[in-house]
Design a protein around this ligand. Sequence first.
Ligand code: CA
Length: 223
Amino acid sequence: MSDILIIEDEEKISRFVELELSHEGYGTGKASDGRSGLEEALSGKYDLIILDIMLPELSGIEVLRRLRRESNVPVILLTARDSVTDKVTGLDMGANDYITKPFAIEELLARIRVILRTQEAADEDKKSSSGVLEAGGIALNTESHLVTYQGEPVELTNREFILLRILLENRGTVMSREKLLSEAWGYDYYGETNIIDVYVRYIRQKTSDDVIRTIRGVGYMID
Ligand code: CA
């Protein structure tokens, strides 16, 4: 379960929010001024920060500004009803959402769930798009863009790299020329699909004839 930090100097509010969060199963932490709040927020222990704007020591906006230099941890701001400037400044500075005091706890909980879900999905995306894809002696590192064939570095152009990555990501699936073209270069365009053949030929010349299989009348695949 996720851990949430509450930075709020009004003890009544922070205790109430903490209680509700623990009741929902979240881990919690509290800070009652901007300075210690920033320190806690930077500890890396938390998945989300609830940050009040009116704080002693450092304002919430200043905490957010300093936090964003080092961390992308999601932040929900607590703002006063009449302070439009704070909301706008806060969002500009990278707050993920804000909630106006006084708020219904259900609303805060709902916003927390939305942000944590979005964050999880983004983390999943990062995980699945990072790392090394391998097949038939080819290894392609999606982060460093390094490609090797049987351990030897291979120099691919950007387009060859993208094409090879798509084929590796879809290993075991026959990819039509049209699909490869639209996935690799993002356009739906028919008739010129033979440029895929050209790039596949280049990749084969630089690696081996055996890695990418031609599926007659359809396209290509990597087993
Ligand atoms: Ca306050």
